[in-house]
Design a protein around this ligand. Sequence first.
Ligand SMILES: Cc1cc2nc3c(=O)[nH]c(=O)nc-3n(C[C@H](O)[C@H](O)[C@H](O)COP(=O)(O)OP(=O)(O)OC[C@H]3O[C@@H](n4cnc5c(N)ncnc54)[C@H](O)[C@@H]3O)c2cc1C
Length: 333
Amino acid sequence: MTENKGVLIYGELVSGRLSSTTTELLGCGRRLADQLKEDLCCVLASDAVGEAPGQAIAFGADRVYAVEDSALKEDQADAHVQVAEKMASEASPRIILMGQTPTGRDLAPRLAFRLKTGLSTDCIDLAIDPETKLLQQTKPVYGGNAHALFTCDIMPQIVTVRAKAMTPLEGDDSREGDVIPTTVDIDTSVIRVRIVEKIKEEVTGVKLEDAPAIVSGGRGIGGPEPFKTTLKELADVLHGAVGASRPPADNGWVPEAMHIGLTGKIVAPDIYVSVAISGASQHIAGCSGSKTMIAVNKDPDANIFREASFGVVGRYEEVLPALTKKLNELLAG
Ligand SMILES: Cc1cc2nc3c(=O)[nH]c(=O)nc-3n(C[C@H](O)[C@H](O)[C@H](O)COP(=O)(O)OP(=O)(O)OC[C@H]3O[C@@H](n4cnc5c(N)ncnc54)[C@H](O)[C@@H]3O)c2cc1C
C-alpha cells in the first residue's frame, strides 16, 4: 500500500486567479508541510486555469496539478469531486485542505465519503502533533462558545478551513515549483445540478471581507436609514465598510450579504466597531478574528463588552456622530 505523504490543497479560482481563501490555505499548507518535511501540492481545476498555477507556486506550493476541462466551467461538485478523488488517489496525501467556502462545503463531504475517511469542517487552527504526525484540527463548537480539538487517524485527513483564519505568505515570484498539466476523464452524465442563473452581489465601496475597518449595526439601530447615514459616515472616515448582525438583514434593512456571523460572513478587519449589537455568540463567531473591537451599546451589561477591547456605554445616535466628528478633526489636524 502507498504511504500517505504530503499536503494537498484543492484550490479555487476567481476569474482565472487564485481566490484569497486559496492563498490562505497555501500559507497554512506550507507551514504544515515544512513541519512534516514533506511536499505541498495544489490542484487547480477549471475550464481555464490562466496564471493561477504560477501564482500558487509563488504563494508556497511545490507542485501544482493543473486540470483544464470545459466540464469544470460551472462550479458543480459532481464534476469537481471526480477530479478531487482522482488527484487524491494519485498524490496519496496525508492531509487535504479545502476552503470553508460554498464549493468546499459542497465538495469536502462527498470526497471524504468516497475516500472512506473523516472530515472536520470550519477549522480555525491546524497543527501537526510532533509525536504522531497527526493533524490537530481546532474548530468552534456550540455556536462559537467553545473550541474543540479533533484528530483523525484514517488517511487522508481532510479539513475545510474558515476564511481569514490563516495568513497567506507574501507572494514570491522567484519561488520554484512544478506545474503538471493533468487530464481527468470527467463523466458529465453524473452532473445533476444545472446553473440556471447567476446573480452578482452588488458592492459599492470597499468589499466587506476585504475592509480594514467595519462599522456594524444591530437590531438596536432601529431601521434601514442609519446604515446609509450615521454608520456609513463613520465607515467612510475609517476607509471601511458597513456590516450588520442578522436581525437587520432578516428585517430587510440591509442586504443579506452584509450580515456577519455563524450563518453570514466571517470577517477579520483591523477595527470592528459594533453598534447596538448585544454580542450573541452566533454574531461573535463571524467577527472574533478582528484585531480591535470597539463596542457602542446603551446597555452596560451587554455581552458585547466582554468581547470588545474598548467600549462606550451610550445611545449610538449621540456617540457615533461625536466619534465621526472627532476622527475628522484629528485627521484634518
Ligand atoms: C442557528 C442560529 C444562527 C444565527 N446566526 C447569526 C449570525 O450569523 N449573525 C448574527 O448576528 N446573529 C445570528 N443569530 C442570531 C443571534 O442569536 C442573535 O439573536 C443576534 O445576533 C442578535 O442581534 P443584535 O445583537 O443585533 O440584536 P439584539 O440582541 O436585540 O441586541 C440589540 C442591542 O442593541 C442595543 N441598543 C438598542 N438601542 C440602542 C441605541 N439607541 N444605542 C445603542 N445601543 C442600543 C441593546 O442594548 C441591545 O444590546 C443566529 C441565531 C441562531 C439560532
